[in-house]
Design a binder for this molecule. Structure first.
Ligand SMILES: [Zn+2]
Length: 287
């Protein structure tokens, strides 16, 4: 390029210089305001990221944060480590609800279930509170009709009422299907009306179940049959497998006169095994 061609528009470089300074200033200003706005937007999504300390997450991790996280006002002085469940409850298949006798996990968790509802003393709720334990309560109507309100305090404290039939028939599996369904659906309806939440789990009286029971549980709108492989009984522990609590163990207890002694046995076993007591409904994200 010949020099004279470029030399002609002398004023332009100055204008360009001024313009570029203005543009640069505008960009810097915009950048600052963008940065200023960013933290508010980021903090929301940042909190959803699971803590780095948690173990391998599966899709089960997602529902736990949204599901039944009833904002219990308990201040929980003992902060428990964050737990991301590694097991997902199977869906109803061929009209049959899945059955769990233990949650297949190696995570250091144990689940407490308390049945029937015959014995009712304020001490029982207090013991659970003192130990910061939430339990699933498999109640049968015939045991609680004298004082159903007793268990409303449990519900308010974060415990879940589940289905254990209307009349606790130990021959449930031998009854005609319609009668089984009446026992199972009837209690689900009653629990929903009385405690404001439809049960998600069913426990057969005595434990035995058949496909008919599993079918009725599904048809009554519930998600699983829950049995057990360990129980606190007469102030001691009974194990169907091994001699101590295993990870994922579902423990059976009862509202009986021996409640305090049974709970002491459970707590000793739970601590010896180094397991954290978790609410089954929370772990399985069933609400
Ligand atoms: Zn029972």
């Amino acid at each position: 390029m010949p020099r004279h061609v470029r030399a002609e528009p002398r004023p332009w470089p100055w204008i360009f210089a001024i313009l570029s300074v203005l543009v640069a200033a505008a960009l810097v200003w915009g950048g600052i305001s963008l940065l200023g706005g960013r933290p508010a937007a980021d903090s929301g999504s940042g909190q959803e990221t699971p803590p780095a300390t948690t173990t391998a997450a599966t899709s089960a991790a997602v529902p736990t944060s949204t599901a039944s996280s009833t904002p219990t006002p308990t201040p929980t002085p003992t902060a428990k480590p964050a737990l991301v469940p590694d097991y997902v409850l199977p869906p109803i298949q061929n009209g049959l609800a899945p059955v769990l006798t233990r949650v297949p996990t190696e995570q250091k968790v144990v689940f407490l279930t308390i049945d029937d509802g015959a014995n009712k003393t304020p001490e029982e709720l207090q013991i659970l509170k003192d130990n910061d334990i939430k339990a699933s309560l498999f109640l049968a109507q015939s045991f609680i009709l004298d004082n159903p309100g007793f268990f409303k305090d449990f519900v308010a404290a974060g415990h879940k009422v589940e289905d254990h039939t209307l009349t606790h028939p130990l021959n449930l599996i031998k009854m005609p299907y319609a009668a089984q369904k009446a026992e199972i659906c009837g209690m689900a309806d009653y629990v929903e009306q009385t405690y404001g939440r439809r049960p998600v789990f069913f426990r057969p009286p005595g434990g035995p179940y058949t496909d008919n029971v599993r079918r009725a549980v599904a048809e009554c709108g519930m998600k699983a049959v829950i049995d057990w492989e360990a129980k606190a009984n007469a102030g001691g522990m009974d194990y169907q497998v091994g001699q101590s609590l295993r990870p994922g163990e579902i423990v059976l207890m009862h509202f009986r006169k021996e409640f305090a002694a049974d709970m002491a046995a459970f707590l000793a076993a739970q601590k010896a095994a180094g397991l954290q007591v978790v609410l089954l409904e929370d772990y399985l994200a069933t609400g």
